[in-house]
Write a protein that binds this ligand. Sequence first.
Ligand code: NAP
Length: 248
Amino acid sequence: MTLLQGKNALITGGSRGIGEALVRSYAAQGANVVFTYRSSAESANKIVEDLSTGDQKIIAIQSDASSYAASEELMKEALESLGTIDVLINNAGITKDNLMLRMSEEQWDQVIEVNLKSVFNLTKQAMKPMLKNRSGSIINISSVVGVFGNAGQANYAASKAGIIGFSKSIAKEVGSRGIRCNVIAPGFIATDMTDALDDATKKSYTDAIPLKRFGEGTDVADACVFLGSDMSTYVTGQVLSVCGGMNV
Ligand code: NAP
């Protein structure tokens, strides 16, 4: 089944973790994909090599999602390669955890810029081609932490909650032009980001998840295939949690 045949997707942070699963799933469903990375060139090149087997275009571009100028340049390059953009997935994200008393201004600024400003940067760039097509799907990767909060992650939670307000506003602003904007809120997904947690913390989180496991990147990617495909043409402004049922 190829749910994304003929669609052109731009995915940020595709070199590892959830982003890598997104790129691989989108390619498997027939999409042409431009994806970005910040520093993992080797991993990005390996993904391109693995997926460049047929006629599909799979292209990796080094680009800092937090930079407005870099995002402008990225969209220019993506449009030169793909012609247009049907699906934008804002996935790039980082954590800089600390309790509020110890959190530095730099930790706050970095997380807001990479996680939230990046979503503004590329959504703005995607408007032109999507308005021209009167069609498009924007998928923003938030987190359950943006919905429920988490001690030690005030910067991260604020960035992820900001993504939700932003996305609901965009859905209202451009719905009449055929452009949809939705949010995925992953729970705990097994990637480098969560590998940093100690074993006791991982166990306490697993105990609190009704499905009793961390998710895989493919669990998030499957939901993003749905939202990027024509299976979801009447779905916009929604937050879909992919979290094994956890609600704390
Ligand atoms: P990850 O394994 O740490 O991978 C992060 C990806 O983002 C990498 O491809 C990285 O590129 C890229 N990236 C980081 N900063 C960037 C920047 N400034 N510009 C462009 N790309 C950048 O993280 P992950 O766990 O897959 O998380 C992906 C998204 O899901 C993030 O938004 C995260 O907040 C969200 N999320 C994750 C979880 C989870 O449990 N893992 C839960 C909820 C939400 P390099 O490889 O070059 O560094």
